[in-house]
Design a protein around this ligand. Structure first.
Ligand SMILES: [Zn+2]
Length: 512
């Protein structure tokens, strides 16, 4: 979860002002066809790999199979490596990263060719994204949901979010949402655990969800609780799926309450039984046992000054010894340190340290209301066995939930699944893992013409070595590049090769 919309909007406006005259620096239209030969094709459908070649023309896949080089072909020898559809990151926060670096090493180095933004209730207007792509080019495709919290901010005002919306406000939000959907937004996203949406009622969420459904959109949600009230929160999204009839997806599914660790099977059987009743519920998941968010998510009852709430958080919601304060503007010397470590230094309990950090961050925000990302914590709060069970579920897809911050997921998620979960742990077939990064993701999120290696599909492709692929990013070195990704194409343009970005920026804004 990132902070609310406005800092990025502000960043986009600055960029637009500065770059409006710079013009397009991409749009490769290859004169020659590209023929990638001698590869093991994993086509994104989940079916078995097969030997073959792929021909690309003008950003699209022209042909697949046993192809011979033609005179107009520029031939790339795949040397027996795997060629798969480019990975689609179902839940990403990489916008800040690509604004700073349009070559987007964080995504390109993982084989990600499309990121899905607008998550956790926070989004940019589709018009802003379109203007951004007119002024500048990026090495990754972008699709976006429209966030409920952003709609609330526009209609209710940023200082009015700690209540449910009135009927009039809901109508205004519905009309804004309808416009966004008509401009290509994938659907409605919510971040119900966060303050900006926590006080909205089920009726409010449902009214907006109905609007998304009426335009054939989708619903994706950071649930109202990922810990003490996970079961209720799951009931809420199931209800939204039932009442609207549209596909609903649980964002970064997890069990963040130690008392409930080991219950992934039970959670998944609830979701399976909802599916048996005709509710199209799915999930995305990232392969780490710690999340990255604001310290405030450790206080489900929003009692940020209550030492008992803080003690309960230390007991059940995170492990102070291995949870790192990732960002802390009031005192940057605290950044990168474990919470328990800070507590020892401050000669107090970790619970007291939590209260201190939150109070200091709030004070900082009052003094500097425009400051964004004042604090963040990488909170260790999950059981590896649960993460693996969620990853293996037939209806889950892979996401990073990442940006280029201090959590390694921004750089390592996809290679980690392929190296650690598939090759080393054997949790699933390689073809199935690829399906969960490509074809299944496109299907669950409503992205057309991508995610498969088939004639007519966009030429988003990744060439990798399944025997070598592995992540290297850690909490201590969160931007370390993975190994095993050889080449990455976005709309036919080569964006990554030999461990580095190429400077080609062939990404597009994807519309529903
Ligand atoms: Zn989230």
């Amino acid at each position: 979860m990132q902070s609310a919309t406005h800092p990025f909007l502000h960043m986009i406006h600055i960029l637009l002002a500065g770059l409006a005259l710079a013009g397009l620096d991409a749009c490769q239209t290859a004169k020659q066809d590209v023929l990638i030969t001698h590869v093991r094709l994993i086509d994104g459908t989940g079916s078995d790999a097969f030997e073959g070649a792929v021909r690309i023309r003008e950003g699209r896949i022209l042909d697949v199979g046993d192809l011979k080089a033609a005179s107009n072909d520029s031939v790339i020898d795949g040397r027996g490596l795997v060629l798969a559809p480019g990975f689609i990151d179902a839940h990403s926060h990489h916008l800040g990263h690509i604004l700073r670096n349009p070559s987007s090493p964080a995504t390109a180095s993982q084989g990600i060719t499309t990121i899905v933004l607008g998550q956790d209730g926070s989004s940019e207007p589709m018009d802003s994204l379109a203007a951004l792509f007119r002024s500048r080019a990026f090495a990754v495709n972008i699709a976006s949901y429209t966030g409920q919290t952003s709609l609330r901010e526009q209609v209710m005002g940023e200082k009015e979010l700690l209540r449910t919306a009135t009927a009039r406000e809901i109508e205004q939000m519905q009309s804004l949402l309808t416009k966004e959907l008509s401009k290509g937004s994938l659907g409605l996203s919510t971040g119900l655990e966060y303050e900006g949406a926590f006080y909205s009622s089920l009726e409010e969420v449902l009214a907006l969800a109905q609007t998304a459904a009426a335009s054939n959109g989708r619903y994706i949600s950071h649930l109202r609780s990922e810990d003490f009230r996970l079961d209720e929160a799951l009931s809420e999204i199931i209800e939204i799926g039932r009442k609207t009839g549209m596909p609903v997806q649980v964002s970064h599914i997890k069990i963040a309450d130690k008392m409930c660790w080991g219950q992934a099977g039970r959670i998944l059987s609830r979701m399976d039984s909802a599916r048996q009743q005709g509710i199209d519920i799915t999930a995305d998941v990232y392969p780490y046992t710690y999340w990255n968010s604001t310290l405030k998510v450790l206080f489900p009852d929003k009692q940020y000054k209550d030492i008992r709430s803080a003690a309960l958080a230390c007991q059940r919601l995170f492990d102070a010894d291995s949870s790192m304060l990732a960002r802390f503007r009031p005192n940057t010397t605290y950044e990168g340190r474990m919470i328990a470590d800070l507590a020892r230094e401050r000669r107090e309990t970790p619970a007291a340290t939590l209260l201190h950090l939150i109070a200091a961050a709030d004070k900082y925000r009052v003094a500097d209301p425009d400051a964004d990302d004042v604090e963040a914590i990488a909170g260790k709060s999950m059981l590896e066995a649960d993460v693996r069970a969620f990853t293996q579920w037939k209806h889950s897809v892979i996401c990073s939930d990442g940006n280029a911050g201090r959590h390694p997921r921004g750089y390592g998620s996809f290679p980690r699944v392929l190296g650690l979960y598939v090759r080393e742990a054997g949790l699933m077939r390689l073809e199935e893992a690829i399906h969960k990064m490509t074809g299944l993701t496109a299907k669950q999120l409503g992205i057309q013409g991508r995610g498969l290696i088939q004639p007519g599909q966009a030429a988003d492709l990744v060439l990798f070595d399944p025997n070598a692929i592995i992540d290297h990013a850690t909490l201590q070195d969160s931007h370390a590049l993975s190994t095993g990704i050889h080449q990455v194409w976005v709309n036919g343009g080569l964006v990554f090769q030999d461990g580095q970005t190429t400077g080609q920026h062939t990404g597009a804004l994807l519309k529903r």
